[in-house]
Design a protein. Structure first.
Length: 235
C-alpha cells in the first residue's frame, strides 16, 4: 500500500472513533438503561461499576422526564464530534498541505487530560471514570502521531512514495522544492508544469520509445491538489 493509502487508513480509524462517539452521545438515556441491564446479567460485574452506571441511568431518566432541555447540551456535544470528524477531510484529500489539521487534533487530544483532571472531581466523577475519559486522549493521539509521521515522510522527498517510478519521484521532489507554499488558483484553472529534467528526444535501447517526462497536475475542482502523471509518447 502507498504512503497516502496508509495515511487514509489511520485517518479512517481516528475519524471512525469520533463518529461513533458523536452518534452514541444522542441516545444516552437508552444506552445507560441497556448497559445497566447488561451489567446486572453479568455475575462478575464489579459492584462499584454497577452502582455508578445505575446512578447515571437514574439521573438521565429524571432529567429527561423533568428537564428535557438539559439534553440539548449533549446534543451539541454529539454534533461537535461529527464536525471535528468532518475537519479531517482536509488531510484525507491533501495530506501535505493540511498536516496542520492533524497537529490541531493532537493538541485537542492532549487537552483532554487536564479537562478530565479538573472537571472530573468538580462533577463528582469516580477516579476510574476520569481515567477512562483521559484514555480517549491517550489512545486517540496514537493514529494522529502515525499520520503526521507518514505525512512528513511523504513531503520530505522522493523516497516517501516507493511505488512511483524513480524519474517521476525525482521530478516531483524538485517541484516540491520550488513550489513550497503554492496555493491553487481560485478559479480552479488546470495547471500543468513540466519537469526541467525530462529527457529531450532520447530514445530507449529498444529504439521504439522516447524518454519519459513527468508532469505535476492540479485537477480542476481540487485546488492545490497535485496528481502525478506519467506521460509516454510514441513516435
Amino acid at each position: 500500500m502507498s504512503t497516502v493509502g496508509w495515511i487514509r487508513v489511520w485517518l479512517a480509524v481516528f475519524v471512525g472513533g469520533l463518529v461513533i462517539s458523536g452518534v452514541t452521545a444522542f441516545p444516552l438515556a437508552t444506552e445507560m438503561r441497556l448497559l445497566a441491564d447488561l451489567l446486572h446479567a453479568l455475575p462478575a460485574a464489579p459492584d462499584g461499576l454497577v452502582t455508578w452506571v445505575e446512578r447515571i441511568r437514574d439521573g438521565l431518566a429524571v432529567t429527561g422526564r423533568d428537564y428535557p432541555f438539559v439534553a440539548y447540551g449533549t446534543d451539541w456535544l454529539a454534533f461537535a464530534h461529527l464536525v471535528i470528524a468532518a475537519a479531517f477531510w482536509g488531510p484525507w484529500r491533501d495530506p501535505v498541505r493540511n498536516v496542520w489539521v492533524v497537529e490541531w487534533g493532537m493538541i485537542c487530544c492532549a487537552g483532554i487530560i487536564p479537562l478530565a483532571l479538573i472537571a472530573g472531581p468538580i462533577r463528582q466523577l469516580p477516579l476510574g471514570w476520569t481515567l477512562l475519559d483521559m484514555s480517549f486522549g491517550v489512545f486517540g493521539v496514537v493514529p494522529l502521531i502515525i499520520v503526521r509521521s507518514l505525512i512528513k515522510r511523504l513531503g520530505d522527498g522522493p523516497a516517501a512514495d516507493p511505488g512511483q517510478d524513480e524519474q517521476v519521484q525525482a521530478a516531483d521532489h524538485q517541484h516540491r522544492q520550488r513550489e513550497q507554499g503554492h496555493v491553487g488558483d481560485p478559479d480552479d484553472r488546470l495547471l500543468l508544469s513540466e519537469g526541467d529534467e525530462r529527457q529531450d528526444d532520447r530514445r530507449g535501447e529498444d529504439g521504439g520509445r522516447p524518454a519519459v517526462q513527468s508532469a505535476d497536475t492540479v485537477v480542476p475542482g481540487h485546488q492545490g491538489l497535485r496528481a502525478r502523471n506519467l506521460v509516454e509518447h510514441e513516435r
